[in-house]
Design a protein around this ligand. Structure first.
Ligand code: CA
Length: 442
């Protein structure tokens, strides 16, 4: 499956770029990362076009394509990435993206003969407005953290926290793609129906229990035709890369509406994604074995492969941070609420693709999959306020004087992610940030 994603010269931790800011040890975007996004100059009416992050700069793929800097597969990939979304590049499959990655790596490396020609294609990130990187046709949200599923299940069903299907089937639902927004776009507190405690009839109004969910987002690369399942061996070759994803959730709306068909208005008002997509290629040094206790049922054959067992999980550190309006006013820095790793997911990305398509469902380039809330094994690794406050019963201290059970208007939620491993250069996913605005009156 993943021969395409084995480490190569583009993962060499000693490699440095002539873009000096990429060589800072804390940069999310060193030469070894090269994530894709779309951008235009801030304040301009230029069209959005594809770009690749390097240090504090963006490589303009439209400029790379126009100046014929590369040839072959890399040129084809740069041309496909020059449009206002990355869908065409995603559709080309991993070989094209890999060719472009290798060409950019060589061109951006210290001593490159292409330095002068490429320098004209760099735009400072400070001067760039980052857009939603793909036209997302469909969005599917999964539930891959057994720790999250168990903790949330315990709140609602103390005697049976984990439902019997969990260890057999990657649980998911179809979300809403129209409200997927890029980091920096504010989120309006949703209005909807909720059943107040002890009441017999619901009320309609702004959610009183607004929450975030720390997730990994995954973009589909090359699609599959309707009726043709993707095998687990081939699954990762249909994925383009990952981002941070905040699946905003109105817990009070959710509790009232979710039976029997699952989430609806509690989830579909906003989903925030980070602007940069880190390719599976870049993540090669951060693969780890998929965790599954020996006493658990082993996956059915269509969800199992030796490769996926050995390297199916991604060790991506994920953090949630909060900055309240009062903290902002006092000039206090944001406070970290949790840290965990996507490595604790019970189901791998390849398993999600194999399961999603086993019935013949077709995935298209630019489709977005959410991993589900990534909570780790210990309570402080929980990826939502619902878990961190035990269903809103234990207020969480934030800032100097405040506490939170759920989010308040003016709160800014910031997700961060990065990867570290021995013998590898640290790479980052950047951040997904958004501020909660008051709900609109009904
Ligand atoms: Ca979710």
């Amino acid at each position: 499956m993943s021969a395409a994603f084995a480490a190569d010269e583009t993962h060499d931790p000693r490699a440095q770029s002539w873009v000096e800011s990429a060589n800072r040890p804390d940069s999310d975007f060193p030469l070894q990362n090269l994530p894709f996004g779309v951008f235009r100059r801030r304040g301009s009416s230029e069209p959005f076009r594809g770009g690749v992050a390097i240090g504090d700069f963006v490589v303009d793929l439209a400029a790379v394509a126009a100046t014929r800097l590369f040839d072959g597969d890399a040129a084809r990939a740069a041309a496909a990435g020059a449009g206002p979304t990355l869908n065409a590049l995603m559709a080309l499959g991993p070989e094209a993206a890999r060719a472009l990655r290798r060409a950019l790596f060589a061109a951006l490396a210290q001593g490159s003969a292409l330095r002068e020609r490429l320098a004209g294609a760099l735009v400072a990130q400070a001067d760039a407005e980052l857009g939603l990187p793909a036209q997302i046709g469909d969005y599917t949200d999964f539930y891959t953290s057994i720790h999250h599923a168990t903790a949330v299940g315990r709140l609602f069903r103390p005697d049976q926290p984990l439902l019997p299907n969990y260890r057999w089937v990657p649980v998911g639902y179809h979300g809403r793609s129209s409200s997927v927004i890029v980091s920096g776009v504010d989120v309006c507190r949703p209005v909807g129906q909720r059943l107040p405690a002890g009441a017999q009839t619901p009320v309609v109004g702004p959610s009183q229990r607004l929450d975030y969910e720390v997730e990994l987002g995954v973009y589909v690369g090359r699609g599959n035709p309707l009726g043709e399942p993707v095998s687990i061996e081939d699954a990762e070759r249909h994925l383009f890369g990952v981002c941070l994803l905040n699946d905003w959730s109105a817990r009070d709306l959710q509790a009232w509406e979710y039976q029997p068909l699952g989430p609806f208005l509690a989830k579909n008002f906003a989903t925030t994604v980070s602007p940069w997509i880190v390719t599976l290629e870049a993540l090669a040094p951060f693969r780890v074995p998929r965790e599954r206790p020996a006493e658990d049922p082993q996956p059915l054959p269509y969800l199992d492969s030796p490769q996926d067992r050995a390297r199916g999980a991604l060790d991506v550190t994920l953090e949630a941070w909060l900055e309240t309006a009062a903290m902002r006013a006092r000039g206090e820095p944001p406070r970290r609420l949790s840290r965990s790793s996507a490595r604790h997911a019970y189901w791998s990305l390849a398993q999600l693709v194999a399961h999603h398509t086993v019935n013949g469902c077709n995935l298209n380039p630019g489709d977005l999959l959410g991993s589900g809330t990534q909570s780790g094994p210990s309570p402080e690794e929980a990826g939502s306020l619902l878990e961190l406050t035990v269903g809103g019963r234990q207020p969480l201290p934030v800032g100097a004087t405040e506490t939170r059970t759920f989010l308040e208007d003016g709160d800014t939620v910031i997700l961060k992610g990065w990867c570290e491993a021995p013998g590898a250069r640290r790479i980052g996913l950047g951040e997904a940030r958004a501020t909660v605005l008051p709900g609109r009156p009904v």
